[in-house]
Ligand binder design. Structure first.
Ligand SMILES: Nc1nc2c(ncn2[C@@H]2O[C@H](COP(=O)(O)OP(=O)(O)OP(=O)(O)O)[C@@H](O)[C@H]2O)c(=O)[nH]1
Ligand SMILES: [Mg+2]
Length: 344
């Protein structure tokens, strides 16, 4: 178990340190006056998006994060040190929700983005702060303010440019292994892939990220097979690559099952641009190829690309088709301003 895309975490910022009541008492110095220092600020809880992570697995082992409290003020006008912040490192694509799992607090999509989830409490004033012309010897100091605590939910939606979808055994992982340096598990039984994987694909001097997710089966939206929860990881893709196994019984029917699951899942997946490809062409006789292509064309209402992830035949054409969709989508996105992220 190395992949985790949901976690519930408790965070608490540090309390402020207390102010101090003290008086200067020193030989030969009359009326030394108040000298109690202020308390330090408590540490904040910060979430930061970092490079080189693609799982929330760390939060399986530790769920409670507390920032340090501020140190108390002391005599001789010494103020307390601030408490250290605590930083939760998360991969790009992590969304932070309130405990209800619905209210979005922040969506961290770029490396380096930071959000303060809980601010540390302010330190209290020491009695030196309260001295005035009329009160030369104040005997009061403030306690530090309490920090905040909350439960939050982290949900990872991987960021990839293109996503692979299809029935189990359609050859998705094989395709990813052929076009990238990723080495997913490949075998001739359904549900070989149990969690999403990413690979970087280079084509014509360009690069994009391709995501491989577990296969979908009929009824996935009701929990059949591995369910449709992994579809969240292709929600942010600009294009889907729908692989249909040519050696299956009916390519058109296979296509329709997956489309129905996308529609049932919602979240705009069904409207996303899609490249349809008939896979495993190397294992088909010319007649079979013709028949399956015709069936798939009828179902998808457009001519599928013919490809074999195993031999690499037809792969460059598929990659070019993906890149061209990604490029047009990128242009549209840069024209639209990014929606702002909530800041406390
Ligand atoms: N002949 C042929 N076999 C292929 C091709 N692509 C994949 N296969 C075989 O099909 C089987 C399934 O391949 P996978 O890549 O594991 O399929 P998957 O879609 O990732 O399957 P799940 O992870 O279970 O959803 C393996 O035995 C592959 O060797 C292909 O292009 N041609
Ligand atoms: Mg697979």
């Amino acid at each position: 178990m190395k992949f985790l895309d949901e976690a519930k975490v408790y965070v608490r910022s540090g309390d402020g340190g207390n102010g101090c009541v003290a008086f200067r008492r020193e030989k030969f110095i009359e009326f030394g006056g108040p000298s109690g220092g202020n308390g330090g600020r408590g540490g904040d809880v910060i979430v930061e998006c970092v490079d080189g992570l693609n799982t929330l697995i760390d939060y399986r082992y530790q769920q409670h994060f507390k920032a340090q409290r501020g140190h108390n003020g002391m005599g001789k006008d010494r103020s307390g040190a601030n408490g250290a912040d605590i930083i939760l490192k998360v991969p790009a694509g992590t969304q932070i929700f309130e405990d209800d799992g619905e209210t979005l607090i922040a969506d961290l999509t770029r490396v380096g983005e930071r959000v303060v989830l809980a601010r540390g409490g302010n330190g209290g004033f020491g009695n030196a702060h309260f001295k005035s012309s009329t009160n030369r010897a104040p005997r009061r100091a403030n306690p530090g303010l309490a920090g905040e605590e909350r439960w939050i939910r982290l949900r990872l939606k991987l960021i990839a440019d293109a996503g692979l979808i299809g029935l189990p055994n359609a050859g998705k992982s094989t395709f990813l292994a052929t076009v990238s340096a990723a080495r997913p598990k490949i075998a001739d039984y359904p549900f070989t892939t149990l969690h999403p994987g990413l690979g970087v694909v280079a084509v014509d001097g360009r690069e994009f990220v391709l995501a491989d997710i577990p296969g979908l089966i009929e009824g996935a939206h009701e929990g059949a097979g591995l369910g449709d929860r992994f579809l969240g990881h292709v929600e942010r893709c600009r294009v889907l690559l729908h692989l249909v196994d040519g050696t299956g019984e009916h390519a058109g029917a296979a296509y329709k099952i997956v489309r129905a699951e996308l529609a049932a899942y919602g979240h705009g997946l069904a409207e996303k641009s899609e490249i349809v490809a008939l896979n495993k062409a190397d294992a088909l006789t010319p007649e079979q190829l013709k028949q399956q292509t015709a069936r798939l064309k009828r179902a998808a209402k457009k001519a599928p690309l013919i490809v074999s992830g195993a031999t690499g035949e037809g792969v460059p054409a598929v990659l070019r088709a993906l890149v061209s969709v990604i490029d047009t989508a990128r242009q549209q996105v840069t024209e639209r301003p990014r929606e702002s992220v909530w800041q406390p």
